[in-house]
Design a protein around this ligand. Structure first.
Ligand code: ATP
Ligand code: MG
Length: 786
């Protein structure tokens, strides 16, 4: 075991060694908050002998959670860290709810609806209530429902609250309450929880079932929350309940990084903490270890304009570093080109890798221009968030099959696949199923199983029966097969893969490859899950008390699967799914099925956060993501793109002081992701080359091989520059990399209005802030105050 406290500064030590009682760490970006949290867990385990099973840590992304586990593992040097409960609020609560769902009337294999699913249900409900779908757009209604859930307002309260009703009426949407009510009922009927439900239901569970609350209070003797500034009311209440018995609650946050108020997060939670716990110990960390002095200055300069904040200092011992660049470009494509060129140059001159660069922007839609330019310059990149792999149609179709297999109550998924690929089940027949299900208050699946009794005849009936039989066949595999084995059979037997294979268009091919990719990823996940074996290093089986069900719980894998008569299968024409070919259900249940079950897999992919998606730590790629997704991360070089009035700061978000202050905090988050530039090998000989550069840098590098001796570079470049200048005089302002520091300075300093004025052409101007230590020779005009 390493010396756990080695290298920590005094304040960090103070926080790490604080054992019992409430602890709050409020500190600026990059001051080691997450590091302290991790080290504190290791210290509790390694020094005080606290059992890993008794520690709960809630983080912002699964990636952060995995990193923390890994670091703790390294510090302690044993396998204990794997027993910790570390994860995002959603993933930890989903895990707990699986074991306790029956208290709330949900099946333990409940489906988790992502945003698209829940918008789909809202659409259905709006139709069923005969409301105008233009007035009640799924997104608008969904946001309203989400806000209500996050504020712990039930549909009944919503409908009876005169203020809320008046507000909805004022916005000409008086029926939102009714939709909310019907939506909740529909989700419940479907055995599904949306993202907000994972928090809300967890809260209800702890509030309404004292034995359950007691069990988890007893289990989690130490509770820790990272990024506490972004918790909403429900999360706040849950952590308060969980920690009520021991009061060993440690929260870590930075009010200046609170950027989720639109999701109900409230800075008040930090302020409230000191009021809730009288004997709270407050630790402030003021030394920043991440960024250079210059970067930190900018962050401090911007955030100090916010009125609503806790006073704190942030300083660094790191060198001032190179100046930050503010670059004016005339369009988004120019901006993309500039960034691609800058990356190319920095790689060559300063020996950066692709993985050292991050491009951050306000909205996902901004990624397009960067993508195009990076692709053209052959720079590998990866986008985090946006339309993710899992949102693609073919992937959603495939996953809908898996969801129905795990939970037949999942009506959204069932409707998606019942006639896809086309199997002759007509629209009217499907509508009939839905109508009967609603009338008789049954599951759509139950009606489907008895389709012959509801007047469905002929080809439709036969297809429905074959479909039911097929799904049951897959279900029969759940007991003994892992997620990949089931998914493989789904691919093989549903006709989905075949359909895509037969589509020889370019899109068809891409879709086919995506399915292959999905299967590969499931295989990898299964292998991983099996490797993370249940066997401890000393050979004992790890028993996680929390996965021990409370009374009445039936784990999904052990739930009885309807026995089917093999002869019946063949008699009803189900030759393909003849039970003779199902896996031998008498064979001993494989561990694989338990550790890598389809249910667990589905939960894991639904709960991926933006920062987790497509994550391959070792890939040397430029990272593109929204600022929101970059929270808690750090990169050597950062570009903040599209800094333009109405884009960032967003036009929709600067109507009030609160909104403007949130935009500033967002900018603060972006700036503080940047680290210092280690090992800059700046070439002073090339002073001012950038200002007159007559051709795109990408074009230059194409023309002149990258392996040209670096010493020749300035000579060749100056010669070209001089020649070019003779032919075409390039005014400074038109130069692609001309800085407009004076235009953007207001953004960094002003109090209220943020206006970015560019002399020309005003309509399209965008500024990019390149937060990396750009070699000085490339600077043209440093803003006087930065
Ligand atoms: P954010 O506000 O962005 O979440 P944070 O406060 O959580 O940041 P960390 O991510 O924990 O900060 O730490 C920032 C960087 O500083 C990390 O690279 C971390 O390893 C480093 N660091 C923190 N404390 C120390 C220390 N005492 N000595 C050396 N490096 C440190
Ligand atoms: Mg952090």
């Amino acid at each position: 075991m390493q010396d756990i406290l080695a290298g920590l500064n005094e304040q960090q030590r103070e926080a790490v060694t604080h054992k019992d009682g409430p602890l709050m760490i409020v500190a600026g970006a990059g001051s080691g908050k997450t590091k302290v949290l991790t080290t504190r867990i290791a210290y509790l385990m390694g020094h005080h002998g606290v059992d890993a099973f008794n520690i709960l840590a809630l983080t912002f992304t699964n990636k952060a959670a995995a990193e923390m586990k890994e670091r703790i593992q390294k510090i302690l040097g044993n396998g204990e860290a794997r027993n910790l409960y570390i994860g995002t609020f959603h993933s930890v609560f989903a895990r707990i709810l699986r074991g306790e769902a029956q208290h709330l009337g949900y099946p333990s294999n409940f489906t988790i609806y992502d945003t698209d699913d829940s918008r789909g249900v809202i659409k259905t409900v709006v139709q069923e209530l005969n409301l105008d779908d233009k007035t009640y757009k799924p997104n608008v209604v969904g946001n309203r429902i989400s806000a209500a859930k996050n504020a712990l307002i039930t549909p009944e309260e919503y409908l009876s609250d005169s203020h809320i009703q008046a507000e909805d009426a004022r916005q000409n949407r008086p029926a939102i309450g009714r939709i909310y009510d019907a939506y909740c009922k529909r989700c419940f009927k479907n055995g599904a929880m949306d993202f907000d439900d994972l928090l809300l239901k967890m809260y209800e569970l702890l509030r309404d079932f004292p034995p359950v609350l007691h069990k988890y209070q007893h289990k989690f003797k130490y509770v820790m929350v990272d990024e506490y500034q972004d918790t909403n009311t429900t999360q706040y209440q849950i952590t308060k309940l969980l920690a009520a018995a021991h009061e060993n609650l440690c929260v870590v946050g930075d009010d200046a990084q609170s950027i989720y108020s639109f999701r109900g997060a409230t800075i008040e939670n930090i302020l409230q903490f000191q009021k809730d716990y009288e004997d709270v110990k407050v630790v402030k960390l003021e030394r920043n270890y991440r960024s250079t002095g210059t970067i930190l200055n900018i962050a401090n300069e911007v955030i100090k304009n916010n009125k609503n904040q806790l006073p704190k200092e942030l300083w660094t011992e790191a060198e001032a570093g190179d100046k930050v660049k503010i670059v004016r470009v005339i369009s988004d494509n120019d901006e993309g080109r500039y960034v691609a060129d800058a990356i190319q140059e920095n790689k060559l001159r300063n020996h950066f890798n692709n993985g050292d660069f991050a491009i951050l922007y306000r909205t996902n839609a901004q990624s397009r221009a960067y993508e195009e330019c990076l692709r053209r310059s052959n720079i590998p990149y990866r986008i985090y968030g946006g339309i993710s792999f899992y949102q693609r149609k073919e992937i959603r179709d495939f996953i809908a099959y898996l969801r129905v297999i795990v939970n037949t109550r999942d009506e959204e998924a069932l409707k998606r696949i019942i006639n896809y690929p086309a199997r002759g089940i007509g629209k009217t027949s499907i509508e009939k199923l839905v109508i009967v299900a609603n009338e008789k208050n049954m599951q759509m699946w139950q009606v489907l199983e008895q389709a012959q009794n509801v007047g469905i005849r002929g080809g439709s009936l036969e297809s429905m029966q074959a479909f039911v039989q097929m799904i049951k066949y897959f279900q029969s595999m759940l007991k003994t097969s892992n997620a990949y084995e089931v998914a493989f059979q789904v691919g093989k037997h549903t006709g989905l893969v075949k359909e895509l294979f037969n589509d020889k268009s370019a899109e068809g091919l891409a879709r086919y490859e995506n399915i292959q990719e999905l299967l590969n990823s499931i295989k990898e996940w299964v292998d991983d899950a099996e490797n993370r074996s249940m066997i401890d290093e000393d050979g004992t089986l790890i028993e996680d008390s929390i996965t021990q069900p409370t009374a009445g719980y039936v784990a999904p894998e052990t739930a009885p699967i309807p026995e089917r008569d093999p002869t019946a299968a063949t008699n009803s024409g189900g030759t393909l799914f003849d039970m003779a070919s199902t896996p031998d259900s008498n064979s001993p249940a494989k561990d694989a099925a338990a550790t890598a079950s389809l249910g667990t897999y589905l939960q894991q992919i639904t709960l991926l956060t933006d920062a987790d998606k497509n994550d391959d730590e070792n890939a040397d790629v430029v990272k593109l993501m929204t600022i929101h997704a970059s929270k808690g991360l750090e990169f050597p070089c950062v570009f903040v793109g599209g800094m333009e009035e109405t884009l960032f700061p967003s036009g929709m978000s600067i109507n009030t002081r609160e909104e403007l202050e949130e935009e500033r905090r967002l900018f603060y988050v972006a700036v503080t992701r940047a680290k210092k530039n280690c090992g800059s090998r700046m070439r002073k000989a090339a002073t001012n080359l950038g200002r007159w550069w007559p051709m795109s840098r990408a074009a230059f590098w194409k023309k002149y091989p990258a392996n040209m001796p670096i010493v020749l570079w300035p000579v060749v470049a100056c010669a070209i520059r001089a020649a070019w200048a003779l032919v075409v005089p390039v005014p400074l302002n038109d130069c692609m990399v001309a800085a407009v520091a004076e235009a953007t300075v207001p953004l960094l300093q002003n109090a209220d209005t943020v206006r970015l004025r560019a002399s020309k052409p005003p309509a399209q101007s965008q500024a990019t802030l390149a937060l990396h230590s750009r070699p000085k020779w490339w600077s043209i005009h440093h803003p006087p105050t930065l």
